[in-house]
Every structure is written in structure tokens, then in C-alpha cells.
Design a protein around this ligand. Structure first.
Ligand SMILES: C[S@@+](CC[C@H](N)C(=O)[O-])C[C@H]1O[C@@H](n2cnc3c(N)ncnc32)[C@H](O)[C@@H]1O
Length: 308
């Protein structure tokens, strides 16, 4: 089902491929009959917002979408000819892009400040990928999900460099049914949203030990269709490295014969994991955090002892 055939379709620039836009369009069209509320995080120019809106003929459905709408390096790289400068607000263009559609509420905000007070039928998530934001995302929105009904569409879930999204969701994986579309979008069907405290606590992937990282990644890779899209060994390497187990990460890479050349086209990857100067800085930073944590613990013990 192609969105291009919809009579109300208009071209909107997008960071998503047409394949992804079409998947969102046809998935929403075929899988939902009684929608009321759809929430999108990361509007950008509004291409997915349009796909969500056009897929539903029912005029009562409401689409809530949010973004900072602030021009940055990433946007400039992808759209160098738009004429925006770093920090510019581009929300006017988005409001105009979506002006042919009814019941679309556009909010210029960080998703952590989005005010939701009704149950959500469907979400499209194209922003939170780092550990902290994925935790925020779950804490904020999961209470509005409906068990055995709400569906979450994740963009970039399988992107090699951002391993944090699948890892953070691992402790609550069993509350979802996950599968991937060939376009790369991952669907998470909510089976239950009553997460236990210890599961939520485990979502802090920075607290995972070396053994937990390896054990959990052996499970993450078997979740949904992850095996087809994610690479376990490089994910374990990055995760060990980012948790401060730098020597173990190097040893693991050697053992598994990780071919770093394959990943060296990714500048961000090289900067973070291969550039030795940066590595030294990272090591210092991790040691400082560890020292600070110990200092904080000692401080609070002294305060407790002195009853301050
Ligand atoms: C990859 S783009 C979205 C692309 C969009 N789906 C499309 O069709 O082109 C991700 C967007 O998320 C926004 N974003 C990033 N972090 C956010 C946050 N914490 N809250 C709201 N929006 C955020 C960015 O400003 C960016 O426009």
C-alpha cells in the first residue's frame, strides 16, 4: 500500500526512507480500527506524522507529535540547502507541512515534558535511543499503554551504533512481542505494562557487570528478529567499553576476532572506540566517576554517623 496513492498526500522531506514511511502507513491502516490517540516522538519535518494521519480515515483520531524543532549539525548534514542556521527554530515549516491534516497537535518540547492524560493506542518513536532517554520514555509513557492493544513502532532500534535502545529494553522484553519489518522498523506489541521495580532498575545498563553484559546480549540477540539485524559481538564490545571495562572489551574483541575495519566508515565509532587519545580521556572520565561515587558514599556514611 503506497502512501503516494493517497489523494491527500504531499511530499514532506524526511530522514526516513519511503519504505519506512509506507510501512508506517500500511501498518497503521491495516492493524487499527478503533484508534483514538497516536503519539509520535521526533516529528522532524512531519513525514511520518502525515503517514500516521493519512492512514486513518476516522476523523476523531488525534495525533500528538513533539520535537525540539531546533536545527543542529545532524539536520544540517542531511539537509544542507534548507537555509537554517545552527539553533534555528524550524517549527513554522512543520506547521505548514501538516496544515492540510486535521487533528494533529504539534508540540515544541522535549518528550519528557509532553503532557499526556489519555490512553495511547499507537506510538512512533524516533528520538530516545540513549539509555537515560529510553528509561524516561518507559517511565513516562508506559502508564498510558493498554495491555494487548497498544503498539510501539521503533525507528533505528537496530542501528548498529546505538545499541543502547535494545539493551535498555532487555529487562522488560517479556512484556512485549517484538518483530521487525524488512524496512528496519521494529514493532513492539505491548502485552502487559505492569513492570516490576527490579526490572525497571535493571534498565540502567551502565550498572551491568561484565558477566551481565555478555549474558544479557546472548538473550537480546534472540529477542524478536534481532538476530537478523543486530551484531552481538560488536554490541558487547561497545557495551563493555562504555561501562568502563576497557581492557575486557579489547580482550573480547581479540577473542572474537572483531573486524574493526568494517566499522571504521562510521566516524563516531572511530572517535569513540578506536582513537587512542579519546580512549585515554574516556578512561580518566570513568575513573573520575568511580572515585566520585566512592567519595559520595563515604560522605553520606560520615553524614549518617554524625547525624547531619
Ligand atoms: C531522526 S529525526 C525524526 C525523523 C522523522 N521521523 C522523519 O520522518 O523525518 C529525530 C527527531 O527527534 C528529535 N528529538 C531528539 N530528541 C528529542 C527529545 N528528547 N524530545 C523530542 N524530540 C527529540 C530531533 O530534534 C529530530 O528532529
Amino acid at each position: 500500500m503506497s502512501i503516494l496513492l493517497n489523494k491527500n498526500y504531499k511530499h514532506i522531506d524526511s530522514m526516513c526512507t519511503l519504505e519506512k514511511i509506507n510501512f508506517v502507513y500500511s501498518f497503521t491502516k491495516s492493524s487499527f480500527k478503533n484508534h483514538r490517540v497516536i503519539v509520535e516522538i521526533g516529528t522532524f519535518f512531519g513525514a511520518i506524522t502525515q503517514a500516521l494521519r493519512l492512514s486513518i480515515e476516522n476523523d476523531k483520531v488525534k495525533i500528538i507529535t513533539c520535537d525540539f524543532f531546533r536545527w543542529d549539525d545532524d539536520k544540517q548534514k542531511k539537509y544542507p540547502n534548507k537555509g537554517y542556521k545552527y539553533g534555528d527554530d524550524f517549527s513554522k515549516e512543520v506547521i505548514n507541512n501538516l496544515s492540510h491534516l486535521s487533528n494533529v497537535e504539534i508540540y515544541k518540547t522535549d518528550f519528557t515534558n509532553l503532557k499526556i492524560n489519555e490512553k495511547i493506542d499507537l506510538m512512533f518513536v524516533d528520538a530516545p535511543k540513549r539509555n537515560k532517554y529510553v528509561i524516561d520514555f518507559i517511565n513516562i509513557f508506559s502508564k498510558f499503554w493498554i495491555a494487548n492493544h497498544t503498539k510501539i513502532l521503533f525507528e533505528d532500534y537496530n542501528q548498529f551504533f546505538s545499541y543502547e535502545l535494545p539493551a535498555t529494553l532487555h529487562p522488560i522484553n517479556h512484556h512485549f512481542k517484538f518483530y521487525s519489518d524488512k524496512s528496519g522498523i521494529v514493532v513492539g506489541e505491548v502485552k502487559s505494562n505492569e513492570f516490576l521495580n527490579h526490572e525497571l532498575k535493571k534498565m540502567n545498563i551502565r550498572e551491568w557487570s561484565k558477566n551481565e553484559i555478555i549474558k544479557n546480549w546472548n538473550e537480546i540477540i534472540n529477542t524478536g528478529d534481532n538476530k537478523k539485524y543486530l551484531e552481538k559481538d560488536i554490541s558487547i564490545f561497545m557495551h563493555l567499553f562504555d561501562n568502563g571495562f576497557i581492557e575486557e572489551a579489547k580482550k573480547y574483541a581479540k577473542e572474537k576476532k572483531i573486524n574493526f575495519e568494517k566499522y571504521s566508515i562510521k566516524q563516531k565509532f572511530v572517535k569513540r572506540y578506536i582513537d587512542t587519545k579519546k580512549q585515554k580521556k574516556h578512561k580518566k572520565f570513568i575513573n573520575l566517576i568511580k572515585k566520585n561515587k566512592i567519595l559520595r558514599k563515604i560522605n553520606s556514611k560520615i553524614k549518617f554517623f554524625l547525624k547531619i
